[in-house]
Design a protein around this ligand. Structure first.
Ligand code: URP
Ligand code: ZN
Ligand code: ZN
Length: 459
């Protein structure tokens, strides 16, 4: 299959150019002005942008949490991702407590293989650091699962103490992997949450107020310092608070290999959304939404490269039947928000249209930097020889986000009724057109498991 894309403005992280692009099979074969090539399909992309398919390095398809499972399967979640211009996800496999990393990885292959519609990789969530687990980390890095998430939050579930975190970091210092940290002080949070509940404060809003941004800043500093002594890079996931950003900035100014992502919910939503009684459960995630004045700090972090990536932390639970598990106790509300379909457009609208970032920086945050930091050199760029993961993007098309039109398998949207400018017109996944306007042309099983490299950009 050969596709010729004519007249597009190619937006890469480092440059914007006007050229035609020939896709041959799974790769980009030629880029040049007025290409005269035969093709099975010619696309007129004049007036549109051509960007590398977006990469979401933080998703949770079918994650078990709080007695239920995140609603999107690899099939529904990756189809929704593609509609939103995302052509690669990296999802978190979970080590069963007391079990091996291999068991977790096998379980996630079972969920994803033959079902994902776009390419996918895995990180491993480690909640039980043992000698045999440290050895397994080396094997997994060699097999292309190069990144591991540990938590200073969720005592009794995913929590690791400082010693365990430090040992895992020492291991990646040796094997070239990367530790990703959920940095909140979970033990202190549980004290405040328990006090809130005992005082009769059972509403979702108190999920937010129980998790002080200072607890996030403290844990962020702590894990950065553990990484410093271990001699390892560290990546802070879903950074939400100015206090945590301050710690990442300070570390980077000192020359430490500290990296961080934020997510659209922290740029566009706030603690206020968690009010309004139980409706607020739609917005329960961890770290929680913050007071609105944190948002501009995070945008500044994106501009100055103290934050390098925007991912979604897509972890959808239905309002009816799932979030309702915490009707009488905010601590029982499954944590997580849907968003895999909305990231590219939200960041374009708030960032590029909003005048905060350039189109090139937008591409860097959603695609190029994730490819570099997570060991995917064949992705994240429109270049000859790269995978033909491409999005013909209309930067002028305005649409309204709604659960009635989105493709995620969840019964609400956090952005219901929000009008955004910018939309994917055509999406190619390794050369195959999977989205053409509203038409779905992809297929479950089209996605391929990605063995990722150790990233050379972490030191
Ligand atoms: O609330 C969240 N973020 N749910 C998903 C699990 C995690 O901590 O990333
Ligand atoms: Zn987390
Ligand atoms: Zn997450």
């Amino acid at each position: 299959m050969r596709t010729l894309i004519k007249g597009a403005t190619i937006v890469n992280a480092d440059a914007t150019t006007r050229a035609d692009v020939l896709v041959d099979g799974e790769r980009i074969a030629l880029i040049g002005e007025n290409l005269d090539a035969t093709a099975d399909r010619t696309v007129d992309a004049s007036g549109k942008w051509l960007i590398p398919g977006a990469i979401d390095v933080h998703t949770h398809m079918e994650l078990p949490f709080g007695g239920t499972f995140a609603k999107d399967t690899f099939e529904t979640g990756t189809r929704a991702a593609a509609f939103g211009g995302t052509t690669t996800i990296i999802d978190f496999a979970v080590q069963p407590r007391g079990g091996s990393l291999r068991q977790g990885l096998d379980a996630w292959h079972e969920k994803a293989d033959g079902k994902a519609c776009i390419d996918y990789g895995f990180h491993l969530i480690i909640s039980d650091v043992r000698d045999d687990v440290l050895s397994e980390m080396d094997q997994l890095v060699d097999e292309g699962v190069t990144t591991f998430k540990l938590f200073t939050a969720y005592p009794g579930v995913f929590f690791s103490d400082d010693g365990a975190v430090f040992r895992a970091m020492q291991q990646t210092a040796k094997n070239g992997g990367l530790i990703m940290m959920h940095a909140e002080n979970g033990l202190a949070i549980d004290v405040v949450a328990g006090q809130n509940f005992a005082a009769g404060n059972t509403d979702p809003y108190f999920h937010g107020t129980s998790r002080s941004p200072v607890f996030e800043g403290e844990a962020t500093n702590r894990v950065i310092r553990l990484a410093e002594v271990a001699g390892a890079p560290v990546y802070i996931v879903h950074l939400s608070a100015a206090e945590a950003l301050d710690e990442v900035r300070r570390a980077r100014d000192e020359g430490l290999p500290a990296f961080a992502e934020t997510c659209p919910q922290y740029l566009f939503l706030s603690l206020d959304d968690m009010g309004n009684g139980f409706e607020g459960s739609k917005f329960v995630c961890s770290p929680p939404l913050r007071p609105a004045d944190h948002q501009e700090e995070l945008w500044r972090g994106l501009v100055h490269d103290d934050l390098q990536v925007v991912s979604t932390d897509h972890c959808p639970f239905d309002f009816h039947g799932q979030k309702e598990l915490g009707k009488d106790d905010f601590r029982k509300i499954p944590n997580g928000l849907p968003g895999v379909e909305n990231r590219v457009d939200l960041l374009h609208d708030g960032g590029v249209v909003g005048g905060r970032i350039t189109p090139n920086r937008w591409v860097e945050l959603i695609s190029t930097a994730p490819a570099k930091l997570f060991g995917l050199p064949q992705k994240g760029v429109v270049a000859v020889g790269a995978d033909a993961d491409l999005v013909v993007y209309d930067p002028k098309r305005t649409h309204t986000i709604s659960a009635s039109t989105h493709h995620m398998a969840v019964d609400y949207s956090c952005y219901e009724g929000r009008s955004v400018t910018g939309a994917a017109d055509l999406v190619l996944s390794r050369g195959k057109i999977v989205v053409d306007g509203e038409e779905w042309l992809g297929q479950a099983g089209d996605g391929r498991f990605l063995r990722r490299q150790r990233s050379p950009f972490l030191h």
